[in-house]
Design a protein around this ligand. Structure first.
Ligand code: 5GP
Length: 185
């Protein structure tokens, strides 16, 4: 981490080397599970950008990449209950094996809405690979086929995750100590 990124409010939760090792494991698992399939990775922007870019290169299959913008709106650190999803191209998903790549699952609301929208396009199969899963009661049950790390219910940044659009470029995942209300990314 460069000196300009050093911040006393940041505490490393998942170091860069652990992220790299786990992404390699997930990639190997996905390669085995989707062998011979028409795999589409759906990168949820912006948070899953780095995770998906690394994961896609760890999968040894001729996969397709799609990008979807999704944002849940709300103040503070809890879900607002409304999720805005970008436009879906049904032709990109219909009849294919779709794996949604998400940065973090908290309440599960964002993912539930996205899965609902993609299911409507008629994929052959639909799964989720999330990097981080917060350990707490979930208000929306979503089936997660692959989980990178289970983490405590803290507000984290880095490796794609932001706080007010900052910190996405941290090479690790860090807990951001609250000294104000974090905004949702
Ligand atoms: P959910 O809908 O599951 O409650 O929230 C998922 C979305 O909220 C994630 O895609 C992410 O954008 C945001 N989010 C949830 N927890 C965190 C967190 O700890 N840090 C950051 N930066 N964003 C979070």
């Amino acid at each position: 981490m460069g000196p300009g990124l050093a911040d006393p409010r940041l505490e490393i939760l998942v170091p860069e080397a652990e992220l790299r090792a786990r992404v390699a494991e997930l990639g190997a698992q996905i390669s085995a599970d989707y062998e011979g399939r028409d795999l589409v990775l759906v990168c949820l922007l912006k948070g899953a950008l780095f995770f998906c870019a690394d994961l896609a290169r760890a999968v040894a299959l001729p996969l397709r990449l799609e990008f979807l913008r999704a944002a849940s709106y709300g103040a503070g650190t809890t879900s607002s209950g409304s999720v805005r999803i970008g436009e879906l191209d049904p032709a990109a998903f219909a009849g294919r094996d779709v794996l949604v790549v998400e940065d973090i699952v908290d309440s599960g609301l964002t993912l539930a809405r996205i899965l609902e929208a993609i299911r409507g396009t008629g994929p052959r199969s639909l799964g989720v690979c999330c990097l981080l899963h917060k350990e707490r009661e979930r208000s929306h049950a979503v089936p997660l086929r692959y989980v990178g790390f289970r983490i405590p219910d803290r507000f984290v940044v880095g490796y794609g995750l932001d706080h007010g659009e900052r910190y996405r470029n941290l090479p690790h995942v860090a807990v951001l100590a609250p000294d104000g209300a974090p905004e949702r990314g």
